[in-house]
Design a protein around this ligand. Sequence first.
Ligand SMILES: Nc1ncnc2c1ncn2[C@@H]1O[C@H](COP(=O)(O)OP(=O)(O)O)[C@@H](O)[C@H]1O
Ligand SMILES: [Mg+2]
Length: 280
Amino acid sequence: MAGILEKEVPAGDGRGLPGSENAPVLVVDGLVVEHRNRTTGEAFRAVDQVSLSVGAGESAAVVGESGSGKTTLAMAVTGLGPRGEGDVTLLGRSLATLGRRRLRELRREVQIVFQDPHGSLDSRQSVRSGLKELRGLQRERTSWIDDAGLLERVRLSPDLLDRYPHQLSGGQAQRVCIARALLMRPRLIVADEPTSGLDVSVQADVLTLLREVRETTGAAMLMISHDLAVVRSVCDTVHVMRRGRVVESGPCETVFTDPSDDYTRELLAAMPGARWRARR
Ligand SMILES: Nc1ncnc2c1ncn2[C@@H]1O[C@H](COP(=O)(O)OP(=O)(O)O)[C@@H](O)[C@H]1O
Ligand SMILES: [Mg+2]
């Protein structure tokens, strides 16, 4: 079967988008997102003054333990969840200044891969009919490849086109989700714990695929994970989140070998294998 690397995937058409190729794809500045505590009803900051940026073609990670605010951040920057206070700029456009139509257009440049692939796919649709629906919504953007070619890019057999989600393994279903994202030629891929719900045996393959997708499409990636090994294998830079705040940011190599924050050290110390241990 042909690998994803064999043909270059055309980048998003970027029509009407300002800025040079090297301008950051995503800039988050002083973002605050509040939720209400489900028991007490009190508001609290799930994301608290977060600032970060993701350059074109860059792969950035957000790591932190469960409940640190990673998903809330992902939802806010993609416009899928509460936007909160502060500024989010996608491809040079501040989300707060956009009307609904413009926001919808801009959101096509961003694709999200979630933790639970079966939950992200419509259980009533075969893989083929799901792709057909996407193509119907975005004809020009999606005409660059046919269904069989697209599945080959994610190393799936075209035989799977007529399957329904429940007939796919977790790894296959996540590959279908990645294929659907790839079809839209995004400028930014946000992956929220994309391997956490999968069997350990297929996690590495799915990560390799994500890395290849990024390399061949030139899309930037924001990878969200509680797993530092995942981040280290895929990302250039890392932002460590704790209780809604970014406590440390930098190139993966620096943060993982010479962390400056105690919490980062704790995360690293919790990882198996001396290779990952930080210098003290
Ligand atoms: N819709 C919501 N309503 C109320 N609280 C929420 C909601 N979503 C998340 N939270 C809470 O916000 C905090 C951050 O959650 P989340 O962003 O999902 O963190 P993470 O993805 O790092 O596990 C947690 O305390 C979580 O319980
Ligand atoms: Mg989460």
